[in-house]
Write a protein that binds this ligand. Structure first.
Ligand code: TYM
Length: 332
């Protein structure tokens, strides 16, 4: 059986990278797979947060999923902390994960920065919780942006280590689905850095909740180079900012970079940015309007999450029992 699991952290607002690298693909995949989409609130505890803001962010990410087109009736949509199996399985998997594997994780190195001694244990063991998220449901496919590739490879390694240790074929090897043109959207201020929620400059990203004027301003201020747009994709290679804007345009219009260049080669950035603002506003405005509408009824969002959580728990509890039996934990 094919089953998708994927999630987003409710830390600050979702941005265009989250949308084009993941959420937009989820919307397409929900018709082909049984899907579980999670708001990974336990992961959000790995960085500094305020409880009242986190609570609202969980609702906001839920609203973004639904507003982007995820059907909460057809799919399971819930927040991670309501299913205790995630934290339980995290512990069991942690006991099968060599430190050497975690030491390789580049995201920890980036996030911990120079102050590694002060970084919290949760940030370090973040990837084992992510593996637990996926394996708890025996998910076979995981649609994510490129930055999650290393974490997924680790999840596959951990699944293999568990199966080998206990001599079982219990966990499948989850397949990453890194799809489309926009697997890695870059910062609008620096084409060599990933667009990220944690970038200090809000001008580095387009948030899903930005209004039309803000989107226009951010695109107009986006860093570019002085050359007009080239004819071929190869000519974008040494022009990271130009490549990024063409990639965003392509992903928003469901076309390829080559198709965008066929239409806009020779354009100056002033003109191309105008066209980009038009497509960004026309694609994102309906989503942010729908998010706002949904967020005006928090009880309804909580109802969606509760229902999803009940459905997720049903699968998780059954798998958790089987895992405890395999591991040798008595269930009297
Ligand atoms: P998070 O919350 O950082 O990002 C959510 C999704 O958005 C993708 N993404 C991007 N894609 C393209 N360009 C970008 N600039 C960009 N920035 C983010 C991410 O790849 C991701 O798909 N660890 C995960 C959350 C998680 C998870 C899971 C995902 C926890 N458990 C289990 C899948 C399965 C994360 O921090 O994503």
């Amino acid at each position: 059986m094919n089953r998708i699991f994927s999630g987003m952290q409710p830390t600050r607002q979702l941005h265009l990278g989250n949308y084009l690298g993941a959420l937009k693909n989820w919307v397409a995949l929900q018709n082909e797979y049984e899907c579980i989409f999670c708001v990974v609130d336990l992961h959000a505890l790995t960085i500094e947060h305020k409880p009242e803001v986190l609570r609202e962010n969980i609702r906001e990410v839920t609203a973004a999923y639904v507003a982007a087109g995820i059907d909460p009736e057809k799919n399971i949509l819930f927040n991670q902390s309501t299913v205790t199996g995630h934290a339980e399985l995290n512990w069991i998997l942690a006991c099968h994960t060599p430190l050497g594997w975690l030491n390789r994780m580049t995201q920890f190195k980036e996030k911990a920065g120079k102050h590694r001694e002060n970084a919290v244990l949760g940030l370090y063991s973040y990837p084992t919780l992510m593996a637990a998220d996926i394996l708890l449901y025996k998910a076979t496919h995981v649609p994510v942006g490129e930055d999650q590739k290393q974490h997924l490879e680790l999840a596959r390694d951990i699944a293999g280590a568990f199966n080998r240790y206990y001599g079982v074929e219990f966990f499948p090897q989850p397949e990453p689905q890194i799809m489309g043109e926009a697997t890695r959207i870059m910062s609008l201020r620096d084409g060599t850095k990933k667009m990220s929620k944690s970038d200090e400059s809000d001008y580095s990203r387009i948030n899903l909740t930005d209004d039309a004027d803000t989107i226009a301003l951010k695109v107009r201020k986006a860093k570019t180079d002085p050359e007009p747009l080239p004819e071929t994709v190869e000519d974008l290679e040494k022009r990271p900012e130009a490549d990024n804007l063409v990639t965003i345009y392509a992903a928003l219009t469901d076309s390829s970079r080559a198709q965008v260049l066929a239409q806009h080669a020779g354009s100056q950035f002033s003109a191309f940015k105008g066209a980009l603002v038009d497509v960004a506003v026309s694609k994102l405005s309906p989503i942010s309007a729908e998010m706002n509408r949904l967020l005006s009824d928090k009880a309804e969002i909580d109802r969606i999450l509760k229902k999803g959580s009940d459905r997720a728990n049903e699968i998780a509890a059954k798998n958790m029992d089987a895992i405890k039996d395999i591991v040798g934990l008595l269930r009297p």
